[in-house]
Design a protein around this ligand. Structure first.
Ligand code: T3D
Length: 263
């Protein structure tokens, strides 16, 4: 029986999603796309999921599009990448719009579309030995999977262009220093740090984190007046949640808050 291309498990509020093609460095193909979309279904629909952790099996996070798939056969027709990118674009939008935090646990190289998938997550934590590679220039493509949108906003235009046009790997520590990722951690601390971060977010006021995601996403296009209006609307909604009352009560009573994550 063939192995699942994506393995998911849900426990203690944490949905762990592992891309499982280690022999191809977890390269993206239709099965991986379907597996991540199915995981997003769970994340959206199951109230028991309060945080998603996306990672890769083996030594890589994800090496981008599978270049050994049939669409790239030498001598065959020019591949039509439109269909492939329609799939990934829909997936990336769902990730950004998911009203729950997604952690990218970057256990190894994140290349091409795999880098885009990692950077589209809310918090990126990487092994110190991991690298980020905009591999596209090496094969005559342009960065996709949101990288041309995310990178200039994250690291500035000059670094985004150099990173993409030179197609050289960036170490996790450099990515952290540039503001491209949340944190680079020692390899032997990686599993423990990912688990601690996931546990913390699984006990957070999930509904308001979802509203934060909405606000951050809109801020990238809104002017100040529009963003202030949006903050007001979302804050009123957050203040209507039981977690707001619990948070204030816990502060007054000098005890840890016990958030339900509910709206
Ligand atoms: O449809 C579309 O194309 C549109 C969407 C595009 C989005 C994209 O992501 S385009 C960019 C695609 N990705 C790449 O160009 C990266 C290709 N891979 C690499 O550059 C290198 O493999 C890495 C830098 C990621 C890692 O290098 P290294 O030296 O650690 O490993 P390796 O020896 O190159 O790879 C190990 C195996 O994984 C190897 O197979 P083998 O020889 O052991 O049988 C290699 O062929 C395979 N592999 C790595 N990346 C891919 C791959 N197989 C298929 N597709 C890959 N992307």
């Amino acid at each position: 029986m063939s192995q699942a291309a994506v393995v998911t498990s849900l426990a203690d509020g944490i949905l762990r999603v592992t891309i499982n093609r280690p022999e191809r460095l977890n390269a993206l193909n239709e099965a991986v796309w379907r597996g991540i979309m199915a995981a997003l279904d769970i994340a959206e629909q199951d109230a028991g999921c309060r945080v998603v952790v996306l990672t890769g099996a083996g030594r890589a996070f994800c090496a981008g599009q599978d270049l050994s798939s049939e669409v790239y056969v030498k001598g065959g027709p020019q591949p039509d990448l439109g269909l492939v990118l329609d799939r990934y674009n829909g997936m990336l939008l769902r990730m950004r719009r998911l009203p729950k935090p997604i952690i990218a646990a970057v256990n190894g190289v994140a290349a091409g579309g795999g880098a885009g998938v990692a950077l589209a997550c809310d918090l990126v934590i990487a092994k110190r030995s991991a690298t980020f590679l905009q591999a596209f220039a090496k094969i005559g493509l342009i960065p996709d999977c949101a990288s041309t949108w995310l990178l200039p906003r994250m690291i500035g235009d000059a670094r985004a262009r150099g990173h993409a046009m030179l197609a050289e790997p960036i170490k996790a520590e450099q990515a952290e220093a540039w503001g491209m990722i949340w944190k680079a951690v020692d390899d032997d601390q990686f599993d423990a740090e990912v688990a601690a971060l996931a546990e913390r977010l699984a006990m957070a006021p999930t509904h308001s984190l979802g509203l934060q995601k909405q606000a951050f996403l809109a801020s990238l296009d809104n002017d100040l007046a529009a963003q202030l209006d949006l903050e007001k609307r979302l804050q009123i909604e957050a203040a209507g949640s039981p977690d707001y009352l619990e948070g204030v009560g816990a502060f007054i009573e000098k005890r840890p808050a016990n958030f339900t994550g509910k709206a």
